[in-house]
Write a protein that binds this ligand. Sequence first.
Ligand SMILES: [Zn+2]
Length: 269
Amino acid sequence: MNKVILILSDALRYDVAKANMGFLGHLVETKQASLYKIIGELPSLSRPMYETIHTGLTSSEHGIVANSMVRLSAKPNIFQAVKDSDKITAAAAYSWFSELYNHAPYDPIDDKEVDDETLAIQHGRFYTEDEYPDVELFFSAAHLVRKFLPDYLLVHPMGMDYHGETFGADTKEYRSHAIYQDKKLAPLIMEWRERGYTIFVTGDHGINADGDHGGTTSDQRDVPLLIIRSGVKGRGDTGEVVSHLQIAPTILNLLEIPIPETMKHFPLI
Ligand SMILES: [Zn+2]
């Protein structure tokens, strides 16, 4: 049975990921992974793109058009679809994910750690500080895998966004953090693939030299999409441009869950 992990690295730029993430580059080079470029949906902002990636809808279609909009998702989404199919959902993610799929507004005490089968994110480990160390987040995610074997797990580190917004994207700090994430993820990706998971790596948006995002330039919107499958060869660097809108139907297709009518884009696999 297929299981999926989505590593959504906040503000991971396409060019910086390709140049600095050497373990992922190895998987691409040896065709153990497929690499695509995503020209990100707009606006290139976090909360709208979290919902776009999980619903397969544009921001004006799902209605979360600004980071300031604090409410639950009102559209069919990956978490709800997986839960409704009696499969297990989990996330180690920023608190805005709890607000989109579990409870809004977020209660930093009640909502921080949840294990509740009635919620859309059944096993959640959430954080509120942008500088929350990625490695701690990765260990929480890895623990969720070992303990619950979720069918769908979201892993959402904030380190690229934090370093990009603090120092700007054209800096040692931002680029070095891509190397750091790659190094910390490498052994976990090997373990998860060994356990039979298909692993996706992408970003919600990019970031520019000013440390900003929200606009339309390629540095603010272009992100990578890597797909690493267990026991199935990849296509290497495909050179193809795909859409954020294809991620949700691709994940549900892999999980053999009916794709909601609202998700109109073709699955990649
Ligand atoms: Zn973001």
